[in-house]
Ligand binder design. Structure first.
Ligand code: C2E
Ligand code: MG
Ligand code: MG
Ligand code: MG
Length: 280
């Protein structure tokens, strides 16, 4: 009879739903534990100057060093860290670790070394981020470090009046803002006016097809033109081969990032590969 079927179905769904819920709960518990245990570590990917290929800075990309599972990439835990509110604490810890790493090498780094953090919307809802950025910059000699906050359009869309104020203040202390994955979200060019954005990071999906797919190439060209008209600089993400690099260089893209120049790696490896003079 149909009622029996429906009851069975209901039970199944309740069971399934419960399982999903408890899995989510246990992963959240696991995230809490990991934050307390300091298992989130910064990896560094080089950002280079378009023309010369010289090191300009690094983007910090978080990795979860799980004691059993090993290295877990951000896409697998950032969404839950965001929805559970843990992202703020996790990012603050990350900033502390990066500060310590950089302090140990600041004399060897190129001047005005760019260091970029990916920032979630939750972090933009209080003025605490301003204090965090101040604290981050405090111990460095002037003009040694330039702090970048990378926000996607998803973050910007959730902005409140307080966010406007926050970005004004961040601009006052010289913190730079880059719009990440530019061109992929529900972009509203209004945001470029409303906030003091300093840079556009062209999404790797356009870079991947640069000079091969007409539409991607047009989009890429338009973003570069838009940036130059608005006095923003451009960072191309996901540069993997010399052809892409040549095209971006021809277009005058200021900064590039991608496997062609280096993958995200732990700090010691980053320094060895990109900063320390190659002896041996
Ligand atoms: P994103 O900020 O756009 O970072 C760029 C992603 O592209 C990174 O993936 C990087 O490893 C990858 N990538 C770089 N060069 C290349 C390339 O040449 N080819 C290809 N195929 N990929 C390249 P990753 O490290 O897995 O990070 C994924 C996303 O997770 C990031 O995208 C960012 O949105 C988020 N994320 C990473 N760390 C953090 C963090 O500390 N906080 C927050 N809120 N989000 C983070
Ligand atoms: Mg980024
Ligand atoms: Mg990106
Ligand atoms: Mg991304």
């Amino acid at each position: 009879p149909s009622w029996l079927l429906l009851t069975l179905l209901g039970l199944l769904m309740a069971y399934g739903g419960h399982r999903v819920l408890s899995r989510r709960n246990s992963l959240t518990t696991e995230l809490h534990r990991a934050v307390e245990a300091g298992e989130f570590v910064p990896f560094y990917q080089p950002v280079v100057q378009g023309g010369s290929g010289e090191l300009a800075g690094a983007e910090v990309l978080v990795r979860w060093m799980h004691p059993v599972e090993g290295l877990i990439p951000p896409n697998q835990f950032i969404p839950l860290a965001e929805s559970s509110g843990l992202i703020v604490k996790m990012t603050n810890q990350l900033m502390d670790k990066v500060q310590a790493d950089l302090l140990g090498q600041v004399k060897n780094l190129p001047e005005r070394f760019h260091i970029g953090f990916n920032i979630s919307a939750a972090h933009c809802r209080s003025m605490e981020l301003l204090e965090r950025c101040r604290d981050f910059l405090k111990p460095f000699p002037p003009a040694s470090i330039v702090l970048f906050l990378e926000l996607t359009e998803r973050e910007i869309i959730q902005a409140t009046p307080l966010t406007d104020e926050l970005f004004k203040q961040l601009d006052n202390i010289g913190v730079q803002v880059a719009l990440d994955d530019f061109g992929t979200g529900n972009s509203s060019l209004e945001y470029l006016q409303r906030f003091t954005v300093n840079a556009l990071k062209i999404d790797q999906s356009f870079v991947a097809k640069a000079d091969s797919d007409a539409l991607s190439t047009h989009i890429l060209d338009i973003i570069v033109d838009l940036a130059s008209r608005l006095d923003l600089f451009v960072v191309a993400e996901g540069v993997e081969n010399a052809m892409q690099r040549a095209y971006l260089e021809k277009r005058g893209v200021e900064y590039m990032q991608g496997y062609l120049f280096g993958r995200p790696v732990p700090f010691a490896d980053f320094i060895a590969a990109h900063v320390a003079p190659t002896s041996k």
